[in-house]
Design a protein around this ligand. Structure first.
Ligand code: DC
Length: 227
């Protein structure tokens, strides 16, 4: 059967990865979470002292980005986990601190160029579902199926708060909402590959949709494309 590239872009915390992961699992495609790649770079920069909550040493990060090697490996349950220079960092990259860092480090041209290069290699054989912010516009402008997923900032903040609390982080709704809005603003207004809907992307607003409903919509779009 014909293999295609599925690009899923959209705002932070709107459920892109749940959606992309589920489709990849159903149809036997590879799933790539590009946000995890920017998060791993952020963790790497923090560990090396090139970035903290306030500052980042742009020259240092840009000249060392070539030393970051990222790969995804499946765990025992068949879930893809990210490895940073050989170390599994799947857990470490999911904190609020690392996500703030990822949003800042992803504004740097050299970082984006390197990660886009690695992402394009992952899609050479197609049969891939990739989620992020610039997949349909920059990484795979020729992707056969492009989805732009969105939901209101308030709903996304509520979902994100539940997720973080579930992991034991002590966060308030106001703090998470402010973080969601700040990241939206940065993602949409950065100079390098800002988040925007590709002209040929299909918009899905899942504010009022259940996971099952959104999955049915995506699956039917996919089935039409591979016919
Ligand atoms: O999807 P996420 O929240 O895990 O992404 C973390 C950050 O990385 C987010 O602030 C935006 C950035 N990002 C990006 O700029 N381009 C991508 N393709 C994926 C993520």
């Amino acid at each position: 059967m014909k293999k295609i590239i599925v690009a899923i872009d959209g705002f932070s915390s709107c459920g892109k990865s749940t959606m992309a992961k589920q489709l990849a699992h159903e149809v036997g495609y590879i799933y790539v979470d590009t946000g995890a790649m920017y998060r791993a770079v952020s963790l790497y920069c923090m560990r090396n002292g090139w970035m903290d909550a306030e500052n980042m040493d742009v020259d240092c990060i840009e000249s060392n980005i070539g030393t970051v090697h990222l790969e995804f490996k499946l765990n025992d349950q068949g879930k893809a986990e990210i490895y940073l220079n050989g170390e599994n960092v799947e857990k470490e990259i999911r904190t609020l601190e690392v996500s703030n860092g990822a949003s800042r480090v992803s504004t740097l041209g050299a970082v984006r160029r390197e990660l886009v290069r690695q992402q394009q290699i992952m899609g050479v054989e197609k049969g891939i579902v990739m989620d992020g912010r610039d997949i349909g516009t920059v990484v795979f402008p020729e992707a056969e199926l492009k989805v732009f997923l969105t939901a209101s900032a308030e709903i996304r903040a509520k979902r994100r708060m539940d997720e973080l609390r579930g992991k034991g982080e002590k966060v308030s709704y106001e703090e998470v909402l402010a973080n969601v809005k700040e990241r939206d603003d940065r993602d949409q207004n950065r100079k390098e590959s800002p988040l925007k809907k590709a002209d040929d992307a299909i918009v899905i607003d899942n504010s009022e949709l259940s996971i099952v409903e959104q999955q049915e919509i995506l699956r039917s779009l996919f089935d039409q494309k591979i016919k």
